[in-house]
Design a protein around this ligand. Structure first.
Ligand code: ADP
Ligand code: ZN
Length: 215
């Protein structure tokens, strides 16, 4: 199954995708994680996008699409994937439709003020990308990743100025994809507010309803 998780920054796409990987056995492909990995490894791509990510602006479409195309060609992506953070613009969605078939787009709806609250308390593992929240989902030991022992830190773009840039970019460039995929009959919208466990239960119910219909 080829899935897209759509929603504002901080809507919980990454957290839900991490949970869904266990259930579905397909990889979670986050373009944000891929860019951060490239920055950490100081690759050519990483050097190109470092300042863009820190500012909260979008990486150019051609660069992003090329990276995604390469990732989707890897063997583990053959049985399906969850794309998180891509597509983020209409040209990206058009490019993706030429690369692969999308089965379902899940939109996680969260109000802006909730997003700002979540992002300012979000922490991320520098080594493995696991997502924490100082209020709702803290690591067992402060500053240390439960999964890998890596450093849990505040992303440079989870600062107020960059959060505002990301939100307005989301509304201007990414939110139009909700109608775009809706028009293709691929969209399912979920309430993204509340406890992560409850949001995930909504996602599971959505998949179960689709399965029942397909049978
Ligand atoms: P969030 O969803 O919390 O904003 P991500 O980790 O998905 O964070 O993305 C972080 C940053 O990576 C974005 O602000 C942007 O600079 C870059 N990025 C990620 N995905 C894309 C994309 N599809 N197109 C352009 N830039 C992207
Ligand atoms: Zn970790």
């Amino acid at each position: 199954m080829n899935l897209i998780f759509l929603g504002a920054p901080g809507a919980g796409k990454g957290t839900m995708a991490d949970m869904a990987v266990q259930k579905l056995g397909i990889p979670h492909i986050s373009t944000g994680d891929l860019f951060r990995e490239a920055i950490k490894n100081e690759t050519v791509l990483g050097k190109k996008v470092k300042d863009i990510l820190a500012s909260g602006a979008l990486v150019p479409d051609d660069v992003t699409v090329a990276m995604v195309e390469e990732r989707l060609a890897k063997p583990d992506a053959a049985k399906g994937w969850i794309l998180d953070g891509f597509p983020r613009t209409t040209p990206q969605a058009e490019a993706l439709s030429r690369i692969a078939k999308v089965d379902l787009v899940v939109e996680f709806g969260v109000r802006d003020e909730v997003v700002v609250g979540r992002l300012s308390t979000r922490r991320v593992c520098k080594a493995c990308g696991k997502i924490y929240n100082v209020k709702t989902l803290p690591p067992k030991v402060e500053g240390v990743c439960d999964a890998c022992g890596g450093e849990v830190y505040t992303r440079p773009d989870d600062r107020e100025e960059a959060i505002r840039t990301r939100l307005s970019t989301y509304h201007a460039q990414t939110a139009p994809l909700i109608a775009w995929y809706g028009g293709k009959g691929l969209l399912a919208s979920l309430e993204g507010e509340g406890d992560p466990k409850d949001v995930f239960a909504r996602f599971e119910a959505l998949l179960a309803a689709r399965d029942a219909k397909a049978r």
